[in-house]
Design a binder for this molecule. Sequence first.
Ligand code: NAP
Ligand code: FE
Length: 367
Amino acid sequence: MDFQYFMPVKIVCGRDCVQKNAQLWAGMGKKCLIVTGKSSAKNGSLADVCGALSANGQAWQIYDDIPQNPTVACVREGGRLARSFGADFIAAIGGGSPMDAAKAIAMLARQEDGGDIFAYKSTGDVLPMVHIPTTAGTGSEVTPYAILTNDEKQTKTSISAPAFFPKIAFLDGKYMRCLPQKTTVYTAIDAMSHAMEGMLSVRAGALSDALAKAALSVLHKETGALAAGRYTNEDRDALLYAATLAGMVIANTGTSPVHSMGYSLTYFHGAPHGRANGLLLPEFFAVCEEKSPARAKEILSAAGYASHKELAAALAPLLGEREAISRDTLRTYAKKASVNKNIKNCSVFFGEEDLFRVLVRSVGKAE
Ligand code: NAP
Ligand code: FE
C-alpha cells in the first residue's frame, strides 16, 4: 500500500471551542488582522474571536470587506492593511471567500512586490493563520489553496503553497445557525464534490479514500435535512465535520475537471461555487462510468448512489431551475477547462469533447 499524506493543521472541534481554547491563540502573535465578510458580526463568530484575543491581551484590526469570489484588489488592500497595522498573524472568519482571501493577504503582508499575484512564488514568507469556517463546504481551513478571481484570464485561479495551511482551524457548527438554505445546500454539494473528485485524482491513496468515504457517508445521512431545509445542531455539526474531512481529501489530491468547468459558470454566470459543481457532477460521472466503470461505481456507491442517474435525481430538487447556456458559449468553456491543471490531475482522461458533452448535458440551452 503506497501513499503519502500531509496535514499540518491543528483541528479543534466542538461547541464554543474558540472561547474555550483562548490559550491556543496566545502563541500565534501579538497583533492580529481579522479577515472576514459581513456575516461574522451577526453569527457570533467575530465576537468570539475578539473575546479570545482580548483575553490574551492581543491587539486586533478588522478587515471585513471580503466579497464572494475574492478579488486581487481586495487581497492587495488586505495586504496593505496587514503591513500598516504590523500584523504578525491572521484570523480568517467566514466561508471559503474570506478564508481564501486571508491566505493571499498573509502572503502579501510579507512579500508584496506589485507583480502578478498568480505568478508569486508562494514558498516564501507567509503570516501564520487561524481559520474559523462559518459555512460547511470548501474545507479551506485545512487546504493549502487560495482561489481568487482572475480577471485577466476571465476565470478563477488557485494559488497553492504549503505555507497556506492554517496553523489552527476551529470548527463550531453554532455559527451556521442562520446560514441561508441555498448557501447550506450549495456548500454541502461542494464538500460532496471534493470527496468524490478527490477519489478520482491521480494522487488519491488509501488514506485520502478513507477520509472521502467518511465524508460521503456523513453527507448522505444529511440528505433529508438538506432537502427539508431544517437543521438540528447535530446536523450543522455533521455538515461542518464532513466539509473538513473532504477538505483534508483535496488538500492532498486536488480537485478534478468538475471544478475546472465550474469556474466558468461562476465567473460568467454568477453561479455560486458549490452550485456550479452540483450542476456538473452527475454528467461528469456519466463519462466516468463509461471510461472507468469500477472506480466510478465505488465512488458513487460511497456517496449512496447506484449510478450517476441516481445522483442526478438526488441533486435536481436541490439545484432548482438550471442555467441555460448556448452551445457556442459552452464550447469556449470546454476549451478553457481543457487547459486547466485539474485535467492532468484526474485519473480519468477528459478531453475537450468530453468536457463539452458534460457542459451541454448539464447546462446546455435547448436550441
Ligand atoms: P462564501 O462566498 O464564503 O460565502 C457565501 C455567502 O454566505 C456570503 O454572502 C457570506 O457572507 C455568507 N455567509 C458565510 N457564513 C455565513 C453564516 N454563518 N451565516 C450567514 N451567512 C453566511 O461561500 P463558500 O461557498 O463558503 O466559499 C466559496 C469560495 O471558496 C469560492 O471562492 C471558491 O472558489 C472557494 N473554494 C476554496 C477552496 C479551497 O480549498 N481553498 C475549495 C473550494 C472552494 P459574508 O462573506 O459577507 O460573511
Ligand atoms: Fe470547491
